[in-house]
Design a protein around this ligand. Structure first.
Ligand code: NAD
Ligand code: USQ
Length: 402
């Protein structure tokens, strides 16, 4: 999909989704600047764990990108939740056409660790999003916003097997004169403090789109898997983050990595949970499509479901076990979530705009498994089993390997 070349700020551009997106957009010729406070790297230090892949410091990454491609990506070290005035100044100086907002605390388990993590997640995510919107209004610039939301805003199982629409639900409201039809934001049904912050973001977006005419696209993304994109694979200095620990590692990448290092696959509960997935290669493509297709000023928030497939957790474990011979361990579920759910997601908008979806194939699984095997010696086995519980008193599984 080819559009105008844009001046884009990537908020959270040092992270798992942000870094490959910054490279993809820079490679496509856009003028890219990363804004990040490096909080994700600090949380690694706090949790005493590191990305399985040896990610390089941000400046080393950017020097390598310039050396390899001749393209320059800017970097501004800034906390969007706390440094409001600096952020307004940055908008006025750089006058971006658009910004992509990845800059939030994104792990559901981390957001449920303790009161400090809950409060940090709400303060960081809600203040950050509000500061972005407020700063755009103050700058008086027409900056389009593309935000990474989550499928988890809809929750799981609330509407049974009814298809989850893209953002808005048509409802019939009873009145004394008969029912009237209305379109409302799909009811929010978050399953963690983290997911709750994304539902609060939705209200902020609806207000600023209505009141100030800000052009906003909210992408309700499923669980991202894989790690490499064509750009991150160019050189090891550009390698992407690979989270595998119990708080930040997500289910499919964890299973692939666990199989690669000989650890049993850690299924929570029965594994009947069904979730939506997307490969990181499609994440970066979807962001570019969204940037090229912003809503008009005055439009309601444009919502896309950024999802290519749905899978049940136990089916994923069985598939990986079949391919690799890995053992499957059924562990007490540390989360408060339905033991099983249906999930039927509408995802017509990206397909309509030309996305050719990458689906789960043995080839792609193997590519990710190879990364897991290559860096297996960096894995800390004591960080694999999830230890964060949603409520005090819930059972915590023991480590499965010494
Ligand atoms: P990540 O933690 O790897 O990256 C987030 C980046 O934002 C980090 O580099 C962090 O340092 C930065 N950041 C956080 N708070 C900031 C602040 N106040 N100021 C400046 N920078 C800040 O997360 P990710 O996996 O890349 O996810 C990116 C976005 O996509 C998140 O908003 C997440 O909710 C959403 N998302 C992720 C997934 C997934 O599976 N990874 C799925 C759906 C949606
Ligand atoms: N699960 C296991 N075993 C594991 C890890 C997870 O069975 O080792 C289960 C969980 O209990 C849950 C499901 O797998 O039922 C998904 O968990 P996850 O950690 O892969 O995903 P989640 O917590 O939902 O969060 C991730 C990202 C988040 C994003 C969300 C998209 O961290 O940023 O918003 O996926 S979605 O799930 O579609 O809302």
């Amino acid at each position: 999909m080819q559009g105008d070349l844009l001046n884009v700020l990537i908020l959270g551009g040092d992270g798992f989704c942000g870094w490959p997106t910054a490279l993809h957009l820079s490679q496509a010729g856009h003028d890219v600047t990363i804004v990040d406070n490096l909080s994700r790297r600090h949380i690694d230090v706090e949790l005493e764990v590191e990305s399985l892949t040896p990610i390089r410091p941000i400046h080393e990454r950017l020097v390598a990108w310039k050396e390899l491609t001749g393209k320059e990506i800017g970097f501004v070290h800034l906390d969007i939740a706390k440094e409001y005035d600096r952020f307004v100044d940055l908008l006025l100086e750089s006058r971006p056409d658009a910004l992509v907002h990845f800059a939030e605390q994104r792990a559901a388990p981390y957001s449920m660790r303790d009161s400090a993590a809950k409060r940090y997640t709400v303060d960081n995510n809600v203040s950050g999003t509000h500061n972005v919107l407020c700063a755009i209004v103050e700058s008086d610039l027409d900056i389009a916003v593309v935000h990474l939301g989550t499928m988890g805003v809809y929750g799981y199982g609330w509407s049974g097997s009814a298809p989850i629409p893209e953002g808005y639900l048509t409802v019939h409201v009873p009145t004394p004169d008969g029912a009237i039809e209305r379109e409302i934001l799909h009811p929010a049904n978050p399953g963690s403090v983290y997911h709750m912050t994304k539902t609060l973001d939705q209200l902020l977006f609806a207000f600023y789109a209505k009141n100030d005419g800000i052009r906003i696209t909210d992408l309700h993304q499923g669980i991202v898997w894989g790690t490499e994109t064509p750009e991150t694979a160019i050189d090891e200095r550009l390698i992407n983050r690979f989270d595998y620990d119990g708080d930040y590692g997500t289910v499919l990448n964890r299973f692939i990595m666990q199989a690669a290092i000989g650890h049993p696959l850690t299924v929570h509960g029965t594994g009947g949970q069904t979730r939506a997935f997307i490969h990181i290669r499609d994440t970066v493509r979807c962001i570019e499509i969204a940037l090229n297709n912003p809503p008009a000023r005055g439009d309601q928030v444009s919502v896309f479901n950024q999802v290519t497939e749905t899978y049940q957790v136990s089916d994923l474990a069985d598939l990986i076990s079949r391919i690799t011979g890995a053992e499957v361990a059924y562990l007490p579920n540390p989360r408060k979530e339905a033991a099983a759910n249906d999930l039927n997601v509408t995802r017509d908008r990206f397909l309509g705009l030309g996305l050719d979806p990458t689906t789960l194939s043995e080839g792609l699984l193997e590519e990710t498994r190879e990364i897991g095997a290559k860096y297996a010696s960096r894995a800390d086995f004591s960080k694999i089993v999830a230890k964060t519980v949603w409520k005090a008193g819930m059972e915590i599984a023991p480590d499965l390997m010494g």
